[in-house]
Write a protein that binds this ligand. Structure first.
Ligand SMILES: [Cu+2]
Length: 156
């Protein structure tokens, strides 16, 4: 009986030790286990990501082709001046009652892009057409020439 008692007390000590050792690991649950993915996290990224640079009052690329129903993330990177990006959701030359042909997951009239910063713009193309994007913040001498085009091609 003495041996059994000793074994039992050893088990109790081991269990207590294991509890003490394991508990800190349980307490350190990653915080993102409860917080949902932020909207621009890689998990929510569309398959296609186009990086758009903004050097010397020029968007590069200046022409982006999309297909109808395609989703894209434009990652606009800031250059030397603070600027803004406005993507017209209506096709060029649209008549008054034309519905928008681009939709935005986070619609903003003018996406502000600070120096050296990257701003993701999530776009879904819904109608064929040519859509103009331009700088919407007076960033300097050639501000007004700072434009680019998104061409949405019909589904094949
Ligand atoms: Cu500008």
């Amino acid at each position: 009986m003495k041996i059994i008692g000793k074994v039992l007390s050893n088990i109790v000590i081991l269990a207590a030790l294991a509890f003490v050792l394991v508990r800190p690991a349980l307490a350190q649950e990653p915080p993102d286990a409860v917080t949902p993915n932020p909207p621009h996290s890689p998990a929510n990224r569309p398959a296609r990501v186009v990086t758009v640079s903004t050097k010397d009052f020029t968007f590069a690329p200046q022409l982006i082709h999309l297909k109808v129903n395609e989703k894209v993330e434009l990652d606009v990177t800031g250059g030397t001046e603070e600027l803004g990006v406005r993507v017209n959701p209506f096709p060029d030359g649209a008549k008054a009652n034309t519905p928008p042909g681009l939709s935005f997951l986070f619609g903003e009239d003018c996406y502000k892009v600070k120096k050296g910063q990257m701003v993701p713009i999530l776009i879904e193309a819904t109608e064929p057409g040519t859509y103009t994007f331009s700088c919407c913040k007076d960033c300097g001498s050639k501000h007004k020439t700072m434009t680019g085009k998104i061409v949405v091609d019909p589904a094949t």
